[in-house]
Design a protein around this ligand. Structure first.
Ligand SMILES: Cc1cc2nc3c(=O)[nH]c(=O)nc-3n(C[C@H](O)[C@H](O)[C@H](O)COP(=O)(O)OP(=O)(O)OC[C@H]3O[C@@H](n4cnc5c(N)ncnc54)[C@H](O)[C@@H]3O)c2cc1C
Length: 314
């Protein structure tokens, strides 16, 4: 089976979900990558070790990906190589490119895939209804799959250097006149939410915006990142970048500590695959306890300061 994986550059390297997809599909043999970014030897080596056998390099300026032109370049790669499947990481840029690509090629898109199987053809698993149901789908012909970040683990294998060819960005006329003029990385301290081994997340049960300091202090002591529910993002207590869940980030840390979070399905889909889930909630019936490995029925304002005190005393 021949597979084309679209991967864009972020912070000087392939976006993590790109390497996750490559790890998942590399056993299928012929895995080509359409790579948008500056690229370079270290990038090609990373793509090769994760499973890419060839790379079509679409040179773009860092942080200024033009989705329309990039999608047209990818469409030309699809036309010349006729892959059996096209896989794209579900990042902001990836989703943008997949939409353009679908419009340009007429190929269908299956979004938010959490599973890929190769049973004669490609079988895609999606979670629907807030993750309560799983749907398996196949395409008639070649389709585009948007893969959810953290659905698979990225692991370098023993793949060698891939063959690299350059595909120039085509001119797409007026459609390309909307340009990204710049991008910036949001400043934050500590590990990134998506990559942290420990995530401490707060929900409406923490009471007020100022009390998020408790969440931050606990995360800091554990060397972790902070996360949040949509309820407190919508309330303006913390920025959207911290939102975990269906319309936020998917995280898979070793430890997830949920403080004052009810455990709505839309939140659970973003964190239920964490290694160990610890929840503090004053309502013993709160749904978060259905996924928790360790649950504390209590008031966060009493439990968390004690936890912080105990950690500081170590
Ligand atoms: C289309 C759609 C997409 C959504 N996407 C997301 C998403 O990506 N992420 C997300 O999180 N939500 C999402 N939501 C919202 C979701 O349905 C819930 O409304 C939200 O997760 C609830 O947040 P919460 O747990 O902070 O608040 P609540 O549901 O209000 O829960 C607060 C909890 O705190 C507990 N509590 C109160 N006081 C204390 C205390 N002193 N000590 C301990 N516990 C206390 C309560 O018992 C309660 O269980 C989405 C909803 C929709 C419709």
């Amino acid at each position: 089976m021949s597979i084309l994986v679209f991967i864009e550059e972020s912070n000087g390297g392939p976006v993590p979900v790109g390497l996750e997809i490559l790890t998942k599909v590399r056993a299928q043999g012929d895995v080509a990558v359409a790579y948008a970014g500056t690229g370079g030897e270290a990038v090609w080596a990373a793509l090769g070790s994760h499973g890419a056998t060839s790379v079509h390099h679409i040179p773009t300026d860092a942080g200024k990906l033009a989705p329309g032109a990039v999608a047209k370049a990818v469409a030309s790669i699809i036309e010349s190589t006729s892959p059996d499947a096209v896989l794209v990481g579900g990042t902001y840029d990836g989703r943008d490119v997949a939409g353009w690509l679908s419009a340009l090629t007429g190929m269908s898109v299956l979004a938010n895939a959490t599973g890929l199987a190769f049973d004669g053809g490609l079988v895609v698993t999606n979670e629907v209804f807030g993750g309560t149901q799983l749907v398996e789908s196949t395409f008639d012909g070649t389709g585009i799959v948007l893969v959810r970040p953290k659905a698979f683990a990225a692991e370098a294998g023993d793949g060698g250097a891939p063959a690299v060819s350059v595909v120039d960005l085509p001119d797409i006329g007026h459609a390309g006149s909307a340009a990204v003029t710049g991008s910036h990385v949001e400043e934050s301290e500590g590990p990134k939410l998506e990559e942290a081994n420990v995530v401490v997340a707060g929900g409406r049960g923490i009471g007020e915006a100022e009390k998020f300091a408790l969440v931050e202090e606990l995360a800091g002591l554990l060397g972790g990142a902070t996360g949040a529910t949509r309820a407190i993002v919508d309330a303006g207590w913390v920025p959207y970048a911290k939102q975990v869940g269906q319309t936020g980030k998917t995280v898979k840390p070793d430890v997830y500590i949920a403080l004052g979070i009810s455990g709505a399905m839309q939140h659970l889909v973003g964190m239920k695959d964490a290694g160990t889930i610890i929840a503090v909630n004053k309502d013993e019936e709160a749904p978060i306890f259905s996924v928790a490995d360790l649950g504390v029925v209590g008031d966060v304002h009493q439990v968390v300061p004690k936890l912080i005190e105990a950690l500081k005393a170590r």
